[in-house]
Design a protein around this ligand. Structure first.
Ligand SMILES: [Mg+2]
Length: 478
């Protein structure tokens, strides 16, 4: 009887583990090996080859030489001169990423894509059909391997915080005699969380960058366990109230951030119909700035950012147009949104009178993992007449809408995929690791590039006097 009671408790613990973090192993490098099997078992490095280049990804065979992502390519070459260096193929990575997310979708629609090769899943609704969370983790691993012929690691836990760290624990380990396979699926039961978390370095926690890390080490905090032992008041004094409370909660294993599938919120917008038609740009501009403020505020409350600003204008005769612009990096500030919206408005002739104005932001990503992230699930390849923001009032949406193609559409879908990939790379490896997104995509004539490749100029190149490219705050690719 006692035995069945404790096994019921164990089952309850396992059933609480409804969050999964799935992460493809050595993604870019693994894709290169997949497409060229002669590379199998060799140290392969994807990244910039020049003096300022950085490693974007590398195989476990390269990691055995101490090479990791965000390391300078010069250093990587010094450590492993016989490694295969490749410049990378963004559109191929983006293509496989789409397949990866499709495989995950077979298990649950509740997927939060956080990078090309990484996603959180909420399997709470799916578990009765597909078995316990650990069973499902193994099924996902198998499906990824069977479909993509790539390996992944699956972390299974109660929270996003622990699931992400668990997937890291599921990874292979590099060694001189070849990579040692990891457990592939790593489950942390609720009662194991603190034992799992506390020995980890504080930098393993989201939100602990170099500056916070330094302040924490001034308190003698090296591990998550050290952090948990510090009174929250002390922590708040040193790193600020919001950050102190957040870190203290994480150190105690408390993380209530839900898995949020981004396709549920496609845009955040605000629009208004005026009592009397507006005729002047100055008046319209004031309204657009005010609405941008409302949009930015709501985005921040929701922990979202977006890349595409759309202004909607309905004229006195009820004809409606939209104007959109996509910026390179996701924004959430009212000022930034207002600046783009204002410029879009400036290009429109308002002399026939404006009945309604709207501002919205789409191409949304989460801002809560302290990076500007991109969801592949939120496909923003729409043009001018996209569906209306979900919160708008009643009215004939899109009636008489005029399709306004975006500048970027002219460059084709392939280019957009490249841009998606660039954003994801920046997310993981730091903004400076990739050249300006508008310059990526091969051989645009007359475009002045910062570097010859995405990860810094190719060799040979004069030695730069500038500091090295910014590297990631997020540590190694796994
Ligand atoms: Mg990965």
């Amino acid at each position: 009887v006692a035995g069945s009671a404790s096994s019921a408790a164990a089952r309850a613990g396992v059933d609480a583990c409804t969050v999964m973090h799935v992460d493809l192993d050595a993604f870019f490098a693994a894709v290169e090996v997949l497409d060229d099997p002669t590379l199998a078992g060799r140290p392969v490095i994807v990244g910039g080859t020049g003096n300022r280049g950085v490693v974007a990804a590398c195989t476990y065979e390269a990691r055995a030489f101490g090479i990791h992502s965000a390391m300078s390519s010069v250093e990587a070459r010094r450590r492993c001169p016989h490694a295969v260096f490749l410049p990378g193929r963004f559109s191929r990575y983006a293509e496989i990423s789409v397949e990866f997310h499709a495989v995950l979708h077979d298990f649950t629609p509740l997927i939060e894509g956080i990078a090309l090769d990484e996603a959180f899943l909420d399997v709470s609704g799916a578990r009765r059909i597909l078995g316990s969370p650990p069973d499902m983790g193994r099924a996902i691993r198998d499906a990824v391997r069977d479909t993509l012929h790539l390996n992944c690691a699956v972390g299974v836990a109660r929270t996003k915080l622990v699931a992400k760290l668990a997937s890291r624990a599921a990874k292979p380990t590099p060694s001189a005699s070849g990579p040692r396979p990891g457990p592939e699926v790593f489950v942390v039961l609720p009662e194991q969380e603190l034992t799992f978390l506390h020995p980890m370095p504080v930098r393993a926690l989201w939100g602990v960058g170099p500056a916070t890390g330094k302040r924490l080490s001034s308190l003698g905090v090296a591990t998550v366990g050290d952090l948990a032992a510090i009174p929250v008041e002390t922590l708040c004094r040193v790193v600020g109230v919001a950050s102190g409370r957040h870190l203290s909660a994480l150190a105690h294993g408390e993380d209530d951030r839900p898995v949020v599938p981004l396709q549920e919120v496609k845009s955040v917008g605000h629009e208004e119909t005026f009592a009397a038609d507006l005729h002047d740009h100055a008046g319209a501009h004031t309204h657009v700035v005010r609405m941008s403020d409302a949009v930015g505020t709501r985005l921040r409350e929701a922990g979202l950012r977006g890349r595409t600003v759309t202004v909607k204008i309905r004229f006195g005769d009820h004809s409606t147009i939209t104007r959109s612009h996509t910026v390179a990096a996701a924004i959430d500030s009212p000022r930034a949104i207002g600046a783009v919206a204002g410029q879009l408005l400036d290009g429109v002739d308002l002399s026939t009178g404006v009945r309604l104005l709207g501002v919205s932001l789409s191409g949304l990503s989460h801002s809560d993992t302290d990076v500007h992230q991109l969801s592949l699930l939120d496909d923003d390849r729409v043009s001018g007449d996209e569906e209306p923001p979900r919160d708008t009032g009643p009215g004939p949406e899109g009636e008489g809408a005029t399709e306004i193609p975006r500048a970027s559409d002219a460059q084709g879908q392939g280019w957009q995929e490249v841009e998606l990939a660039v954003t994801a790379v920046r997310t993981r490896y730091g903004h400076g690791s990739v050249g300006p997104a508008t310059l990526i995509g091969g051989s645009g004539p007359g475009v002045k590039r910062r570097g010859d490749t995405q990860w810094g100029p190719s060799a040979p190149t004069p030695s730069p006097s500038e500091p090295a490219d910014e590297t990631s705050r997020h540590g190694k690719e796994t």
